[in-house]
Design a protein around this ligand. Structure first.
Ligand SMILES: NC(=O)c1ccc[n+]([C@@H]2O[C@H](COP(=O)([O-])OP(=O)(O)OC[C@H]3O[C@@H](n4cnc5c(N)ncnc54)[C@H](O)[C@@H]3O)[C@@H](O)[C@H]2O)c1
Length: 269
């Protein structure tokens, strides 16, 4: 018996990296997973991996920076599974640039992809999280079980990071809004928390190739390892493990917090 049997989970950005590992983990724990990504092929890959492991998942390609596409993601989930219990807001992106060279387009693109995706997806899910909980409370005096929202911040927001003014603006806002939403939704048995990954090996932290928008300088990668107490770079599964806890009933009395998952990165808690 998986600890997420009968639960329905949405994972945004589920096609690659941390989102893929999280989708696989929640499916392995028994959840039916809606794998959202802006890119089709990576989402297909996640679905294939889940199905090969005997899990249940469907794909929804959508860019939830757009509210209409967030509504479509929620509608797809309801059509397929009839309810929503868990929303993991993981989608995010970087476009690193030192502050003095930053322009509005680069700021808005990163801010929206890291903050508005979670805002829109969670807002569109409210009728199936808040309203359903409200009906349960009216009928039975309590919710049937706690529902779960997880956002994704970053160690960069806890420490500051050169070249990431746009990214830390969004990831810092994720920490603040997680607290606010936890206070609003607690009365409805909805836990709202965030993870703040440290240095996790995905395409976002790969050595930057010339002409590539993503990635970081090789020197930064080497330095990162020296700052991690546990002496290794993180893997997507390290984040999936903590998110699996935050969406399970084991965390029913945890809300409004951001958990740094950094391997004990110096300065990153
Ligand atoms: N890798 C790290 O070290 C690290 C550290 C701190 C925080 N994070 C955060 O973790 C999350 C996952 O990052 P990752 O390293 O796995 O990156 P990744 O690039 O490997 O995966 C992110 C996925 O999100 C998707 N995506 C991007 N914008 C989207 C949108 N608007 N709508 C739907 N899907 C979208 C991408 O297509 C991609 O498949 C991000 O929020 C990132 O900021 C990562």
């Amino acid at each position: 018996m998986g600890r997420l049997n009968d639960r329905v989970a949405i994972v945004t950005g589920g096609g690659r990296g941390i989102g893929q590992a999280t989708s696989l983990r929640l499916a392995a724990d028994g959840a039916a997973v809606v794998v959202n990504d802006i890119d089709d092929a990576p989402a297909d890959e996640t679905i294939a991996l889940i199905e090969a492991a005997g899990g249940k998942a469907i794909k929804c390609v959508a860019n939830t920076v757009d509210m209409e596409q967030a509504k479509a993601l929620i509608a797809t989930t309801i059509d397929a599974f009839g309810k929503i219990d868990i929303v993991v807001n993981n989608a995010g992106v970087t476009r690193d640039k030192m502050f003095h060279g930053l322009d509005d387009e680069q700021f808005d693109f990163v801010f929206d992809a890291n903050l508005k995706t979670g805002f829109h997806t969670t807002l569109a899910a409210m009728p199936y999280l808040r309203e359903v909980a409200k009906q349960e409370i009216a009928a039975n005096g309590k919710v049937a079980y706690n529902r779960k929202i997880v956002f994704t911040s970053s160690v960069a927001a806890l420490m500051g990071n050169p070249g990431q003014y746009n990214y830390t603006a969004a990831k810092g806002a994720v920490i603040a809004t997680t607290k606010t939403l936890a206070r609003e939704l607690g009365a409805f048995g909805i836990n709202v928390n965030a993870v703040a990954p440290g240095f996790i090996e995905t395409r976002l932290t790969a050595a930057k190739e010339p002409g590539n928008d993503l990635g970081i300088p090789e020197a930064t990668r080497q330095m990162a390892k020296m700052m991690i107490s546990l002496g290794r770079l993180g893997q997507p599964e390290d984040i999936a493990n903590v998110t699996a806890f935050l969406v399970s009933s084991d965390s029913d009395f945890v809300s409004g917090v951001t958990i740094p998952v950094t391997g004990g990165q110096l300065g990153g808690m």
